[in-house]
Write a protein that binds this ligand. Structure first.
Ligand code: SF4
Length: 91
């Protein structure tokens, strides 16, 4: 698939799995991982990404600490402020 943003996406991509043909074509990357109930590398820190474990469970495990509110500006509009904060302490 041709993507006019491919080089820019590659420049911003933290994925260390070099042989991947989807690198830089974010829609294919998201589609592939979503189909497998996973998240793309860019959801993970560099250390976590290098494990190649893209599972949602891995994401939750490495992000157990609360994400600062200022990093989640969409939360209020998507889920409402109370749902984000009421999830505190959930397992
Ligand atoms: S996150 Fe997955 S699909 Fe995306 S470039 Fe890396 S290995 Fe490929």
């Amino acid at each position: 698939m041709n993507c006019s943003n491919k080089q820019k996406n590659i420049d911003d991509c933290n994925c260390s799995y070099e042989p991947c043909a989807r690198k830089g074509v974010c829609c294919e990357c998201v589609r592939y991982h979503r189909k497998n109930l996973e998240l793309p590398a860019c959801y993970f820190s560099s250390d976590a990404e290098k494990t190649y474990d893209r599972s949602i469970n891995h994401f939750l495990k490495v992000n157990k600490t609360e994400v600062p509110e200022e990093r989640c500006p969409a939360q209020d509009s998507i889920h409402g402020r109370s749902s984000w904060h009421s999830d505190k302490g959930r397992k």
